[in-house]
Design a protein around this ligand. Sequence first.
Ligand SMILES: NC(=O)c1ccc[n+]([C@@H]2O[C@H](COP(=O)([O-])OP(=O)(O)OC[C@H]3O[C@@H](n4cnc5c(N)ncnc54)[C@H](OP(=O)(O)O)[C@@H]3O)[C@@H](O)[C@H]2O)c1
Ligand SMILES: *[C@@H]1O[C@H](CO)[C@@H](O)[C@H](O)[C@H]1NC(C)=O
Length: 290
Amino acid sequence: MAALRILASLLVGLCAYYFYSQETFSEETVRGKRVLVTGSSTGIGEQIAYEYARMGAHVMVTARREKRLQEVVQKCLQLGASSAWYITADMHNLTSATRVIEETENKLGGLDYLVLNHVGGSIHFGPFEGDMEAVISSMTVNFLSYVQLTVSAMKMLQESHGGIIVISSLAGRIPSPFSVPYAATKFALEGFYSSLRTELRLRKIHLDVTVAVLGYIDTDTAVKAIADKVTMTASPKADCAREIVKGGVLRQREVVYPYWTLKPVLLFKDWVPGLLESVVGNFYKLENIL
Ligand SMILES: NC(=O)c1ccc[n+]([C@@H]2O[C@H](COP(=O)([O-])OP(=O)(O)OC[C@H]3O[C@@H](n4cnc5c(N)ncnc54)[C@H](OP(=O)(O)O)[C@@H]3O)[C@@H](O)[C@H]2O)c1
Ligand SMILES: *[C@@H]1O[C@H](CO)[C@@H](O)[C@H](O)[C@H]1NC(C)=O
């Protein structure tokens, strides 16, 4: 009986969350907002930049490849951005992370949304065989630089009552074999930003933190790395970007995408971890990995 009641309330909660997450917003509220999107030369970050541009925001993009960033800036302007800028930076270097924020302040005069999305370091899909360099460089690029960007942008974000949007992954919530260092960086992000969110609230600092928990998305990098190694199908990056931007504007604490694929997995995690582990096993084509 108790189990049934728990199940029923879980279902109600799920439906409530679903309808809440279907909430719409006026795109007009994004016009003129100042946004920095990291890792925006390709993939989901590029699509997020276009989404803000389409709604008339001021957009700053950053990554290492200058030529790609110039193209992204051009497209942002075509889509209707109030202004669009880029700065090249390598997030291995925390001084560069600080410089990105300084340049954002120079060009945009403030910041309303900080979208932390880049991913790099040594992203290798395969067995973990003790490569410490991979752990250290993943932690630097995918975790420490996020923290540095946040610290440097904090004053501007507090002034604007802004929002931080952190791109995480299912790999930041459940065990993820064959991407052990990467998963560790995403778990670290989840710990840091969920704790920070609660602390800011208790300190009555108006700054919202949205964490996006993503499944497999059809970016070139992801498809190239894992298409023949997993049984999952990829979801479209433009749709993914739209959900992330919407969740940030609505100040949701979480965006789960694709929702109905990921949410049951997240619920099972604490409830039946053994079952989850065997389900996770079925995601991988071991014959193509080992
Ligand atoms: N695609 C998926 O299936 C998936 C699933 C779950 C979560 N995610 C998350 O979604 C986010 C975006 O992933 P994506 O698939 O769009 O990746 P992506 O297409 O490879 O984009 C990664 C971006 O990060 C930049 N970057 C890489 N190393 C960098 C460095 N050292 N310094 C500065 N910028 C660097 C890249 O640009 P440059 O090379 O020009 O520097 C690029 O713009 C990541 O946080 C990822 O963990 C993706
Ligand atoms: C890190 O970036 C700063 C500023 O962009 C630069 O002066 C410094 O030489 C860089 N450090 C390394 C190790 O590349």
